[in-house]
Design a protein around this ligand. Structure first.
Ligand code: NAI
Ligand code: 13P
Length: 379
């Protein structure tokens, strides 16, 4: 299904959003409020009917009025007919099976955009990689969107930014121009690896923050875990080819702050319940919505091991989930470490040793690029 990207811009462009959970529905609203002609696919016919007729999704977005022009259907073929951009927002572990059903209805030149923040269990693939593998489309037809994007806040039209990433800047810009309105601003970059991994990894740190919150620890513990967590995120993503700047942008630090602070975050909430002593099985039962971090811990640690990246916080999250670590013992470092460690990332992997040296290099790069980082979030 190879084809050129369609970079035509402007209002009225026909797009589809697949998955009518909290993020899919919110994103459909973002696009419709930006002027696109949006059809939202819901698995359940009764949900599609509620969105189509009452302009409400009361299960996922209580109290939110959806745009009058937003249409919804439970028929994939109708949702995809004529769609030039297709935004996918289903649980990461269900993406592959969903794509197989989507494929026959997809326009050959359609741009496919992942809104998801997980990696596939078993393969360790990022969502854009699963899309490329199953749909066999050109990477220039694939984009991902990430950032500090708690759905309910955006559905209430609170001003927010995100980053659209594609190996093709033209594609990223075409998507960003549709995913922009008075309360939502999309920036662009071409660092798909960093943008996607930022979204995956911050979920794991948000679970850790939730755990210490549930235990009753205060701001020092949380700030230490956020800061050291960002080092783990950066080391990991850079080892897989990401630009470090991306991890200090919206898709990294930005999303980490939002998700770690907010009770709206499902990852943070799941962590808090674990910290309060609930068993993982009960937490999973209680979470009505997708909690990607719980499924990503295993594959992320496998990927980290493959590159020799140390992730002490993520490792401790795994142990708490497995019931082998008491939540009150979780810390911004492995408590089994005897020797004092330097506050630095892995030499060579994070392009240049210490955190200070990287910060200096970043500042110099920004000066060289006229105040803007080459790989950072661009409007
Ligand atoms: N909710 C949020 O604030 C944000 C979520 N995301 C990401 O968006 C993705 C989707 O998350 P949400 O919309 O929040 O989840 P959700 O749990 O609210 O909704 C998931 C939707 O996918 C549908 N679905 C389709 N196939 C499915 C299957 N085989 N199994 C289960 N559900 C299936 C469900 O019916 C449901 O409508 C996740 O990767 C999440 O990390 C990203 C940014 C913000
Ligand atoms: O990705 C998100 C905010 O950017 C949503 O986080 P949760 O999946 O933890 O709710």
């Amino acid at each position: 299904m190879k084809g050129r990207t369609n970079a035509r811009r402007g209002p009225g462009k026909r797009v589809a959003v697949l998955g009518a959970g909290s993020w899919g529905t919110t994103f459909a609203k973002i696009l419709a409020d930006g002027g696109a002609d949006v059809v939202l696919w819901a698995r359940r016919p009764e949900l599609a009917r509620e969105i189509q007729e009452a302009k409400r999704n009361s299960d996922y977005l209580p109290g939110v009025n959806l745009p009058l022009g937003l249409r919804s259907t439970s028929r994939l073929d109708l949702a995809l007919a004529g769609a030039e951009q297709v935004f996918v927002s289903v649980p990461s572990q269900s993406l592959r099976e969903n794509l197989k059903v989507i494929a026959p209805h997809l326009h050959a030149e359609a741009i496919v955009v992942s809104l998801m923040k997980g990696v596939e269990k078993g393969t360790g693939l990022r969502m854009s990689e699963v899309i490329a593998e199953v749909l066999t489309i050109d990477p220039s037809q694939i984009a991902v969107i990430s950032g500090p994007n708690l759905a309910l806040e955006i559905a209430k039209e609170q001003p927010t930014a995100a980053v659209v990433s594609s190996t093709s800047l033209e594609t990223a810009q075409a998507v960003a121009s549709l995913a922009t309105n008075r309360y939502f601003r999309s920036f662009v970059n071409t660092d798909v690896i960093g943008t996607e991994f930022g979204g995956v990894l911050k979920n794991l740190i948000a679970v850790a923050i939730g755990i210490v919150d549930g235990v009753g620890y205060g701001e020092n513990t949380k700030a230490s875990i956020i800061t050291r967590g960002l080092v783990e995120m950066t080391d990991f993503a850079v080892a897989y080819g990401a630009h470090p700047e991306t991890l200090s942008g919206l898709a990294g630090l930005g999303d980490l702050i939002a998700t770690s602070q907010s009770p709206l975050s499902r990852n943070n909430t799941a962590g808090r319940l674990l910290g309060q002593g609930y068993h993982l099985n009960d937490v999973v039962k209680q979470m009505q919505q997708t909690t990607e971090g719980l499924a990503s811990v295993g594959p992320v640690l496998e990927l980290a091991r493959a590159k020799g990246v140390e992730m002490p916080i993520v490792e401790q999250v795994r142990q708490v989930l497995a019931g082998t670590l008491d939540p009150k013992d979780i810390a911004p470092h492995l408590t089994t470490d005897d020797e004092p460690q330097g506050e630095r990332t892995l030499d060579g992997q994070a392009q240049g040793g210490s955190a200070l040296r990287r910060a200096l290099k970043r500042t110099l790069d920004q000066l060289r690029h006229g105040g803007r980082s080459a790989a950072g979030d661009r409007p």
